[in-house]
Write a protein that binds this ligand. Sequence first.
Ligand SMILES: NC(=O)c1ccc[n+]([C@@H]2O[C@H](COP(=O)([O-])OP(=O)(O)OC[C@H]3O[C@@H](n4cnc5c(N)ncnc54)[C@H](O)[C@@H]3O)[C@@H](O)[C@H]2O)c1
Length: 387
Amino acid sequence: MGRPQGPVESLVIMRGELTQTFGGAFHGQRVLVTGHTGFKGAWLAEWLLALGADVHGLALPPPTTPALFGQLNLAARLADRHHLGDIRDLATVSGVVADVQPAFIFHLAAQPLVRRSYREPLETYATNVTGTAHVLEAARLATDRQRPCVIVSVTTDKCYENQEWHHAYRETDPMGGHDPYSSSKGAAELIISAYRRSYFSAPDSPARLASARAGNVIGGGDWAAERIVPDCIRALADGQPIIVRNKNSTRPWQHVLEPLSGYLWLAASLSAGNAAQLATAFNFGPAPESNRSVGELAREILKHWPGEWRDQSDPAAPHEAGLLNLATDKARHLLRWQPVWNFPVAVEQTITWYRAADHAGDLTRRQISAYTADAQAQGVTWALSTG
Ligand SMILES: NC(=O)c1ccc[n+]([C@@H]2O[C@H](COP(=O)([O-])OP(=O)(O)OC[C@H]3O[C@@H](n4cnc5c(N)ncnc54)[C@H](O)[C@@H]3O)[C@@H](O)[C@H]2O)c1
């Protein structure tokens, strides 16, 4: 399996090939990413730039210090295509969507932290529920036959009513959510479904709308508070033991490039046709072997950055889901999408990134190239597909 340690020249060769992946769907296309100042949004913006897209972003300022957005120098690189604005304000969202007239919208802007949602439930609902409605409404108002648009709205595996069982959740399982964050994403899914059925379901609809549900992602450039990998990195960098709150909780860990490849391929496939099957909800999760406990994740991290971890379960901590698995048969069958990096590779790539974070831009671009090369080697459709 390829690694991001090849010479820089190989990246230059790859960049030409990269624009042809995903069927060449994004080359020269105007793409709006909401939440581009965040962790996943910055990776997505970088990947779309490599695909030759005309990338625009709408978000609040970066939510962390440091931030991947800054490390990739995206403010300067996007220049006047970097829009600062609040999706809780309809006029702001409508103005940006009307100005940009995107062929694709990837909606990632959100308050994404469970623990913060307990402290700030109303802000979480306003951003994740009303904000999502604003993005869809802006798209509804701005699209017509001359200006079609494909929208992929990102929610989470936590949108499901979690029964704490080993069954893997399917796209048809009921929405729910114990905490404000999870329920806000379940509510966003209901709104996405209602917009699709009310406005975007005609065979000749100029807008095509899908939602994407992924599990916990890991990868370089996540600096969020109260997330396990950034917490580990901060502890290791300070020479402190990693403190693990819920060592037995299992999560479907995957590298950030895995769901992003799913979002991109879902959008590319929707723009190519077959909206009836594809303008729906999709899970993007890892292979079952990547459903690992938080304790296993800590041990895997320590293979690449030596240190210690300590179990410090807090019985008074707010409720967080213990068991959560995603079924990905639908994405595998309808999109021919599949995960590329297994759990050890995803962890290795993540820790490699943090250990060389001074070269974040090069490293991020090399990891996108390496991931694409590995996907090609495994015969994954989006990576083989040429425009
Ligand atoms: N990181 C994960 O493990 C994970 C897992 C499943 C789903 N998700 C989802 O993926 C998306 C991106 O998550 P992330 O980890 O990159 O989060 P992040 O906190 O790093 O980024 C969030 C982005 O949303 C923007 N934002 C927040 N409130 C806003 C507002 N009111 N108006 C405009 N922009 C606003 C921020 O400025 C930032 O750009 C979210 O929808 C999240 O729910 C993340």
